[in-house]
Design a protein. Structure first.
Length: 73
């Protein structure tokens, strides 16, 4: 899947479907390809989770990620 850059960003976006396909370890692998072994901080907005697991979110994403999709092995 081609990576698109969010408006005003220098970095490519990764969509939830891609995260589900490659997993968090795959995401970290892609980051490592770009930055080698430099330290980084990965932030995931709560709105990406399915509202069954984040009922207080302001922007519910039915069918969104599960908490297990957001942790590395």
């Amino acid at each position: 899947m081609a990576q698109r850059k969010p408006a005003g960003s220098k970095e490519p976006a990764l969509h939830a479907m891609e995260l589900e396909r490659i997993g968090i370890d795959g995401v970290v692998g892609r980051i490592r390809e770009r930055i080698d072994d430099a330290p980084f901080y990965l932030s995931i907005d709560i709105d990406v989770l399915d509202p069954a697991h984040a009922p207080g979110t302001g922007t519910p994403e039915v069918g969104g990620l599960l908490p297990g999709n957001c942790s590395a092995s």
